[in-house]
Design a protein around this ligand. Sequence first.
Ligand code: DGJ
Length: 783
Amino acid sequence: MISIKNNFFKLDTEKTTYLFSATESGLLVHHYYGKRVPFHDYNNIMLKQEGGMGTAIEYEGNRFEYVDNMELEFSSFGIGDYRELPLSIQNQIHGYSNNFKYRNYQIIDDNDSFMRSYNQNQTLKVDLYDSTLNIGIELYYRIFEKANVITRYVKFYNNSNLTFNIERLFSMQLDLNDANYVMMTFDGAWAKERHLNEKLLNCGIYINDSKSGASSNKHNPLVIIRKPNTDEINGVCYGFNLVYSGNHKTTIEATPNQKLRILQGINDYAFNFEIKSGEEFITPEAVMSYSDEGLNNLSHNFHYFVNHHIVRGEFKNKVRPILINSWEATYFNFTEKKLLDLAKSAKEVGIELFVLDDGWFGLRNDDTSSLGDWDVNKKKLPNGLNGHANKINKLGLDFGLWVEPEMINEESELYKRHPDWAVKINGRMPGIGRNQLVLDLSNLDVRTYLIEKMTEVFSSCNLQYVKWDYNRNITDMFGSTLKNQGEFLHRYILGFYEVINELNKRFPHILFEGCASGGNRFDLGMLCFFPQIWTSDNTDYLERIYIQSGTSYGYPPSCISNHVSAVPNHQTLRNTPLASRFNLASFGVLGYELNLSELNSEELNEVIDQISFYKKYRSTLQYGKFYRSENSIFSSNRTYFYAISETKEQAILGFFQALIHPALNEDIIYVDGLENDLYVFRNKMQKLNLKMFGGLINYVSPIKLKVNGKLHNLVCKFYHPKGENERYLIYGDALKYAGIRLTQQFMGTGFSDKVRVLGDFGSRIYIIKKYNEKYKLNHKKIS
Ligand code: DGJ
């Protein structure tokens, strides 16, 4: 809700209030962003500046109006505010100085852009104007009441006769009157995406950014600040994210007098936009949220926002299919028969969608050639994509396809025809990533070609799903059709959005999954076009606990795509239990990526059981309210997370262990967010693998077994004792405050069904259901 009175602007969401006002001198002053509160008047929250301030500058000579000490909504350059600024704009005559003053406001209908969130409750537009230079800034505030999100973006417009150069224009500025915060960022690398890093802010300037051309696996655009004592369920925190897939930057400046300025937008690195007379520039949208109920609640705000205001089209709030992906099953080395065998076994275990990954086109038998030649390889698929898709459909599976349209191999027909379409500097050897170059999407011809070529591919068969990959970062930044190279990186992203937006429109029934060597472009911009994203190329159970935990702070399970893969894991060579790989992968969109024919019959039965379990609880696992436990994997060897169904009738909890250690503290499970009704809490039965016990088996075996001998192997193959069976009847509040003390973990002695055998990389799933009469009948023991 937007309320405006006497130049005070109050923006309310269900649980938050944002307040600013325009001063008589024309400055926009920020007063409050936090818990939703009623104000009698605003005196309590006004900055009191009635005394001198040394070297500080008085704005336009106004007595005591020290701009450098004020919280502002959007600062100008050269008015005495010496903190980091949201803009750097200049022309040859007047230089960098500007002075944008409040002019007016409007409440507008603002649903026009394809690269922004949608379905907001209201939008406030505030106009700031520099009447000397005849240039303006429009500040947009979009209110998402239920999500408890306010988004911001900025338009610069040039009414003068001069040309201006924008060297920086951020999407938002937020000044807080307190700098006592911990900054949380989500950083990493290929196969190590979005690991949580925290630093206590001290006087200084902190930057979280990307310079690779993509939002990057190095530093995700999501940034959170929390009070030092805030945890998952208590305390104050703010989150910021950007609806953008290119270079981003968040700057946080903690001033010597303990104020905080947060700026977020397109990175100003290698950025320079020319805005001629009559032209304008619109920034991407920054997303802000606040919670005084801890980090889980902040994540819920973001999750709701993504599910309701970012993801669009037919797949919005729809359960996603369970897929098998051919990549780690076959890599480039496949025949149609091999694929059909894989599809057949996938169908048998209950999988719904078959995805043909890299290698189906041109002469693509390894990663050195053919990107750009999007015509089927008839040697591998003699009946073309259509023939192949029909066979997959006949098996009862949907068909999906991998593409990497933004890329080109020098070894390709397309490159022979259009060497100038690749991003490079003439006369210089370009940087090469995975043997490929990037196509110049700032060039209209390239975009037109891509839209038409992909349209041809996508309509050549009965296609239900597309995985859109992007496997290198940009170097040698240069757009051959651009006059101003400072525009290249942003125009690349705009070009990419134009292409994928058009393809979304032409193929509304196709589920698009984003991918960039895994999670190199996991951001809100991508999610506007790709309802789900391949989270990481790393499918190792242990690594994924970190990756999925970190990702969950800003992104809901419905867009986090996870695959169960083979062991030893292809990235880490680690062996982990099949059950753990599934248990973790099930917290998101489930897929399998392994050669099912290499599994033995027990493993296949286990997969059948996994898939039927996932189908039963899929909507809770993909769309339930997702909570992280207090003990995070970033500081502990165990963690758990859980998803609660919308009705609070049921929840699924996953408990994940890294390495087993002696003298472990007890595992106590607390579940927040349920009703205070009676629930049944029980573990999903997990069979034990006797092999884990090695020679210890001889303490219980009536005959001596030689470890790894034939008999030992046979016993282990056929005898799988059931693990522990834990059941509790418990009220929601008891589960929240008293918790459940799980049975002891096995540690060397005393094996029985009263201990949990987890060992290294062990995990469990727990099912929590409201206790009712029906349950009583089915489970007599409990009653
Ligand atoms: C990188 C992706 O992340 C993988 O899943 C796979 O699709 C390969 N590219 C194929 O080249």
